[in-house]
Design a protein around this ligand. Structure first.
Ligand SMILES: [Zn+2]
Length: 411
């Protein structure tokens, strides 16, 4: 059994036209007009094919092929980052829909319900992983009180979508109602392409922590203050950024650390910076490694501050824990990919996904397909169409193997 690659392409293209940007990408920030239009398209497409549809209290949109038994969730997201690409999230939702359509067309009676789900606000324009966290029952009050995108944007988005903040938690599902979760997604990195692999079997999702670092020195006259008499907060921040890269490259292979923003104050040609705010984020696949990396980076920041005679304030601003995906599902994905004649490899995900939330309440597995040049979160994001179809067929075969384990292993 295979998905209809041509219909998959038609649907993918129809979706990519919603919120399309001149550069060839899409702009569908969560719960904005284009995102809501994409979600409406998804439900209409499912209904036209005779599938049942539903929208839960967190705005998660679903198409269902309902049978007796627990639900096998297949999903991803239709929102995008600002000026994003066509494939991130959308491929997983369209492929999930086509798994249902293929099973429906074959008249196959599975002992479980198949549900293709589009999770609300995966990308974090508003909160990040909002829909999957609500479904998993782990949406924290603090993430709604101080959302990444600000309170006003969250309130406006919820109002546009007809959602109520005090009811979002009603989307919670009983874990016993779920058989498993599978997600097809583009890799968003260069590993599969470099290895010449067609399918990635995702072993886990990195954990990330972020800190706001504030170096406080003394603003001074840039002409009259000698070089050896300065407390230059800007230089402390700059030395730390360079030192952080050296530290990770030398001592933490496989980890990443990024200084994504530096703001100097007062910010003038003729004033030694008295203050520097720096945004630090770092990621690792295991919690102990993340702990050691955190200690090493923050110690380094303290050393740079001391060396420059400036003070340092350290404020944690975010963290998500590393997630191990289900090894049994990984083996299933590997086996069905091999059965389809596709070369697969195991790899971790350096990006966050709804699967990391679902892994807390059910078996979760992820399938990656190659990203050309490793490019993502940009209009030029591209996955060869053949790879997209391969990914959809692996998703279908994995779903069938989960639904019919004895039949699949006998086949
Ligand atoms: Zn994504």
């Amino acid at each position: 059994m295979r998905v209809d690659g041509e219909r998959l392409r038609e649907d993918f293209d129809a979706l990519a036209a919603i919120g399309a940007t001149p550069a060839g990408g899409v702009e569908r920030p969560s719960l904005g007009d284009a995102h809501l239009a994409a979600r409406a398209w998804f439900l209409a497409r499912a209904e036209a094919a005779g599938l049942e549809t539903s929208v839960d209290a967190a705005g998660n949109h679903s198409a269902l092929l309902r049978r007796n038994g627990p639900t096998l969730l297949l999903g991803s997201h239709l929102d995008s980052v600002p000026n994003g690409g066509r494939f991130d999230g959308a491929l997983g939702v369209v492929a999930a829909l086509h798994v249902l359509l293929t099973v429906q067309a074959a008249g196959l009676e599975l002992p479980l319900t198949l549900e293709a789900i589009d999770f609300t606000d995966e990308e974090g324009t508003l909160v990040g992983l909002l829909g999957s966290e609500a479904l998993a029952g782990v949406l924290a009050a603090e993430s709604l009180e101080a959302p990444r995108g600000g309170r006003a944007a969250l309130a406006a988005g919820l109002a546009r979508a007809g959602l109520r903040e005090d009811r979002l938690a009603d989307a919670r599902r009983d874990p016993a109602s779920l058989a498993a979760y599978l997600e097809l997604h583009i890799e968003q990195g260069p590993v599969l392409e470099c290895a010449g692999a067609q399918i990635g079997v995702v072993t886990g999702i990195v954990g990330a922590r972020s800190y706001s670092l504030h170096f406080r020195g003394a603003a001074a006259h840039a002409g009259t203050t000698p070089m050896d008499a300065r407390q230059d907060a800007g230089l402390a921040a700059a030395s730390f950024a360079v030192a952080a890269e050296e530290l990770v490259v030398r001592n933490f292979p496989g980890c990443v650390a990024t200084v994504g923003d530096v703001r100097l104050e007062p910010g003038a040609y003729n004033v030694v910076p008295g203050s520097a705010h720096l945004a630090l984020e770092f990621r690792a696949l295991e919690t102990p490694e993340l702990d050691v990396l955190e200690t090493a980076l923050l110690d380094r920041a303290r050393n740079e501050a001391a060396r420059r005679g400036v003070e340092l304030g350290i404020t944690p601003v975010g963290r998500w824990e590393p997630t191990t995906l289900d090894a049994g599902l990984g083996a299933v994905i590997e086996r069905v990919a091999g059965g389809l004649g596709l070369a697969s490899m195991r790899l971790p995900s350096g990006a966050g996904h709804d699967a990391q939330v679902l892994a807390g309440i059910t078996r979760a597995g992820m399938i990656f397909v190659p990203s050309v040049g490793g490019l993502s979160h940009a209009p030029g994001e591209l996955t060869a169409w053949e790879d997209c179809v391969n990914g959809a067929n692996v998703l279908l075969a994995a779903a069938l193997a989960i639904a019919l384990p004895r039949v699949a292993s006998a086949a």
